[in-house]
Design a protein around this ligand. Sequence first.
Ligand SMILES: Nc1ncnc2c1ncn2[C@@H]1O[C@H](COP(=O)(O)OP(=O)(O)OP(=O)(O)O)[C@@H](O)[C@H]1O
Ligand SMILES: [Mg+2]
Length: 410
Amino acid sequence: MGKTCVYYNIMKEKKKGVLMTNQNLPLNVVRVEKSGNRFNAWDTNGVKQTSSITTVTRRKAFEGDYLLGEFVQKNGKHYWRKWEGEVAPTTEKNSTVEIPSDHEEVLNFIHSSYSLKPKGLMMSELKWKYLIRSAVRGKNIMMTGPAGCGKTMAAKSVVNSLDRPDFYFNLGATQDPRGTLIGNTHFEKNKGTYFSESLFVKAIQTEGAVILLDELSRAHPDAWNILMTVLDYGQRYLRLDEQDNQATIKVAAGVTFVATANIGNEYTSTRVMDKALMDRFTIVEMDVLSEDDENQLLNYMFPNVGAALLANVAKIASLTRVESNSDSARISSGISTRTTVELCGLLYDGFNLEESSEVSIYPQYSAVGGVDSERTFVKQIVQKFCDDGSSDELFNEEEMAEAADGADVS
Ligand SMILES: Nc1ncnc2c1ncn2[C@@H]1O[C@H](COP(=O)(O)OP(=O)(O)OP(=O)(O)O)[C@@H](O)[C@H]1O
Ligand SMILES: [Mg+2]
């Protein structure tokens, strides 16, 4: 009874807006559970809050077996810390999905799923619904797009929206694809030779699991070879030993794979992916944000940074993106959303636009070629938006208008 009362009071105060000024009561409370190799956070309404809390905070809460509360700092920023109050999150998970089997229910689910998208992820309704639909239909999904456009974020968000066991593997970071995907053979004097299977082997045997294969495009070709049969709808097995054709593990029913890939971008460490492997995926292309969407996202994330300043950041990013896509491009890539978010974090911490750009944007562009370098070009764009206005005009009004039109079209 105590629990219900505290919770009820919190909700009541939340509605009245009182809670914003009360530093002692959390806005929300979560309990962390382990699912696969991820630590998921469930709030009192059974809503998954995993993506709004850092992995370290969630892991510590799980290991320390305590609840986390969401608090607001004086500057408006939200953060999570240990909460020792009485509110216990419900174990009912009502905002996530038990995948429906009836066709009409499936349709309803897909078409009302936009509400499951986290607010902080900017993605069109169509793309999000397509992503959810592919997951619900058990497709292998591959999120593609240039660096820092939200592929990993979208993939994690869709995984968070589905109430299914989830596993995360960063294939771009592993130097040992066999060890990560299959396992290792060990030798001990008294035991002799034995095989310890990988977490991936466990993951694919978990019915209904959603398995995230992050940075698949950067994986070692051995990883692609191993995954070939796993991803093939007609085969769906993992061969434990490539030399000996006998030992295979079947992929359990309802397992969904969600991969991310940087396709055709500037990163040299991204290997050109095998066509046969690509063919095994349904491609969901992440859109690079338009100037408007970028502006909206930055305003949502940084309510305490001036709107005019944020609009300038969105404009700078958009100008570089349009330029990098033009036939006579003077730069090879546009400024990513990851970078604009980082830059606005610096603005929030009191650095000015010039300083923030110098540390977050310029190092990404080559200085080779001096005044004709990519870096000089980007610097000139940024300086146009810096306060003193002393820089030479790089773009006239007409060019700016053209760039803005281009951004709307793309
Ligand atoms: N569409 C978006 N909506 C909201 N935030 C975004 C979006 N795209 C990028 N971001 C911001 O940029 C950060 C990096 O995004 P993310 O890691 O998903 O990029 P990525 O496409 O996976 O990049 P990479 O190709 O380098 O793996 C996010 O944490 C987020 O702050
Ligand atoms: Mg990524």
